[in-house]
Design a protein around this ligand. Structure first.
Ligand code: URA
Length: 233
């Protein structure tokens, strides 16, 4: 990484400010003064500014319990973005590893590691996502089979990939649905294709990562190393 970028990330300063401190001779790399922002910082080097060590934060992996009425994007003209729930530096470097609709609650993963999030969102990797769904109308006896076979959605060429439906509470029209894709409004459209309607949608699981029961809506925590690793398996 270039020295000026290293300082921007590590100190949370602008490129102009980083260039200024570098030129002033206050920055050392492995104890040697470096006056060029373009200097390539070798891996595992110790970068110091005015005698204090500058650390570039490693990749970040966060689980957020998204409440309703927040959107999974950096900007929205109407609703608040879920990023306002994070008390983190450099939020602009983070992105959602798969979005939820504004009215959907539950697990969202947030990271600055594009390769990691690609493993979650790319249909090629078939990463499972489990949703708890409450339906407006009764669960028909053939639903489990229909989801397993694949459902034809409006404006889509291919049927959905086989999905697993588990009936949790028939009287309350409550099911658990596991899908391996992430088409636009997929869960709502799957039930709409069967003539039903989703009243309430909540994501509980992505791959092996389960929404932490200790989190309240709006809370977040960093993933453990083990949780991060499961996505590569
Ligand atoms: N499917 C939907 O329809 N909405 C979501 O928020 C997630 C999956």
């Amino acid at each position: 990484m270039r020295l000026d970028k290293y300082l921007c990330d590590g100190l949370g300063v602008t490129r102009k400010q980083a260039t200024k401190v570098i030129r002033s001779g206050e920055v050392t790399v492995d104890s040697e003064v470096q006056k060029s922002g373009a200097f390539k910082v070798p891996e595992n080097s110790v970068v110091e500014w005015d005698g204090r060590k500058v650390g570039v934060p490693g990749p970040r992996y966060i689980m957020l319990y998204k409440p309703a009425d927040f959107v999974c994007s950096h900007e929205d003209g109407f609703n608040q973005t879920a990023f306002v729930l994070l008390d983190e530096p450099k939020v602009e470097n983070l992105h959602f590893a798969g979005r939820l609709d504004v009215d959907t609650t539950g697990l969202v993963l947030i990271t600055d590691d594009g390769q990691w999030s690609h493993r979650i969102t790319s249909p090629k990797h078939k990463c499972e996502k489990t949703y708890r769904v409450w339906l407006a109308d009764a669960i028909e006896p053939d639903y489990v089979e229909k989801f397993a076979q694949g459902i034809e959605l409006r404006n889509e060429r291919d049927a959905t990939l086989p999905a697993q439906l588990e009936i949790v509470n028939e009287a309350e029209n409550e099911v658990l649905l596991t899908i391996v894709e992430g088409k636009y409004h997929q869960v709502k459209r799957m039930f709409a294709a069967l003539g039903n309607k989703v009243d309430y949608l909540h994501r509980e699981r992505i791959g092996s990562i389960v929404l932490d029961e200790a989190l309240e809506p709006g809370d977040y925590r960093y993933l453990t190393e083990e949780e991060v690793e499961t996505i590569w398996k």
